[in-house]
Design a protein around this ligand. Structure first.
Ligand SMILES: Nc1nc2c(c(CN[C@H]3C=C[C@H](O)[C@@H]3O)cn2[C@@H]2O[C@H](COP(=O)(O)O)[C@@H](O)[C@H]2O)c(=O)[nH]1
Length: 366
């Protein structure tokens, strides 16, 4: 074949790939959506209401348009880091290493809170405020060398980093220290202590980065047994939100550039089921309904908890498909829908609607 003759075989392969018929071997999957669909199809305590999902899709889309929701919304939050550099990568990694379990039995005034920049921050924002305050105070809380130094990064120092302006301490402090220790060790052993090496190993794939996090760090391996199925149900909430935070913060460029970012699902925690339930999209069996309403503990890894989390992922996926069907040109993915729903429920709470129940599970997974 002369040089100027087209390679018909290569063209055919390219056409198949572009039509999504050809899975190139470097197109990894996280397995989260497959897990979510499996649980949805095999569970009895959680159901989805399709009419409400359709209505929710329309409402979410129009409000996201009005608020011009985009990856840039992430950096607009007062406490989120603004510089687009390695220090912000380290901040986001540290933040999502510890981004779990902030709910409290106490009242708004008595619950764990961080005082920073003249304000009281609770929940997820207490974490971000504590990290920013530690850096202001010269504590290298985002440095993986520090995490490994048992003298420097002691439980007492971490307690100081998360010191509360109320009588309630941050939940699971020891578990948070264990996460830092493990992450420091793995980064030292596999990534030359540099998180950007981990991102580089993902070769621009969001799914591969999620899989690397779940493979190399047990504290990101958010997988659970369900209904006797051999393969674990993969939910990977903090691994996925880490990739999403990088993508949003760097607005899809540099350390946030992932060609398959739309493979990332909603982040299965207690906030999104809460709002999906209030919108009538997510329905619970009477037993589960009562447990949530009466603020009973839902045990980590229990069938109820896995059903709640997995069906929420599947619900957001169906809402996403509804939006794309109605607006094929929309640049909307599960991440932006999730961020929007999270910010919406937080806004509802700040406007006094803080009596909407959410399920209560104490774990390091979310
Ligand atoms: N599904 C989902 N879960 C999220 C977030 C965020 C914050 N993301 C920021 C970044 C971009 C967005 O615009 C947000 O501003 C925290 N969480 C989780 O909630 C819980 C804390 O809740 P509360 O106690 O109320 O603060 C805890 O498990 C935490 O891991 C999210 O976005 N989606």
């Amino acid at each position: 074949m002369s040089d100027d003759e087209p390679d018909l075989e290569l063209l055919a392969l390219l056409r198949q790939h572009l039509q999504g018929k050809l899975k190139l071997d470097d197109e990894p999957e996280t397995g989260v959506l497959e897990s979510a669909e499996y649980v949805y199809n095999n569970c009895i305590d959680v159901a989805l209401d399709m009419r409400s999902c359709k209505n929710a899709a329309a409402a979410i889309y129009s409000q996201m348009q009005q608020k011009e929701y985009s990856p840039a919304t992430w950096s607009s939050h007062e406490l989120h880091p603004k510089t687009k550099d390695e220090s912000t990568v380290a901040f986001i990694f540290t933040m999502d290493l510890l981004n779990f379990s902030f709910w409290s039995e106490k009242s708004e005034t008595e619950r764990f809170a961080i005082e920073y920049r003249g304000r009281r921050w609770t929940g997820y924002w207490s974490l971000v405020a504590a990290l920013q305050r530690a850096l202001d105070e010269g504590i290298p809380i985002t440095d993986s060398h520090f995490w490994q130094d048992e003298e420097e990064c002691s439980l007492a120092v971490l307690k100081q980093v998360f010191r509360s302006c109320t009588d309630e301490e941050i939940p699971l402090l020891e578990e948070r220290l264990a996460c830092l220790r493990e992450a420091g060790k793995v980064l030292y052993e596999k990534y030359d202590c540099d998180i950007t090496n981990l991102i580089e190993d993902a070769k621009g794939s969001a799914a591969r980065l999620v899989n690397l996090l779940a493979q190399d760090f047990t504290c990101f391996r958010d997988e659970h047994q369900f209904d006797g199925r051999k393969k674990p149900i993969r939910l990977l909430k903090r691994a996925q939100i880490l990739v999403a935070d990088l993508w949003a913060c760097f607005e899809g460029k540099g350390y946030g550039e992932f060609r398959d970012i739309d493979k990332i699902t909603m982040f299965a925690d207690y906030r999104i089921p809460q709002i999906l339930n209030t919108m009538g999209c997510l329905l619970y069996s009477p037993l589960l309904e009562m447990a949530v309403k009466d603020k009973k503990e839902v045990v980590s890894g229990s069938s109820h908890e896995v059903q709640l989390r997995a069906c929420s992922i599947w619900c957001v996926e169906l809402i996403r498909r509804e939006i794309i069907k109605a607006h094929p040109e929309a640049h909307i993915n599960a991440i932006l829908i999730d961020f929007f729903l999270y910010d919406t429920i937080k806004e509802m709470e700040s406007k006094g609607k803080d009596n909407i129940p959410h399920h209560r599970t104490r774990s390091i997974w979310y």
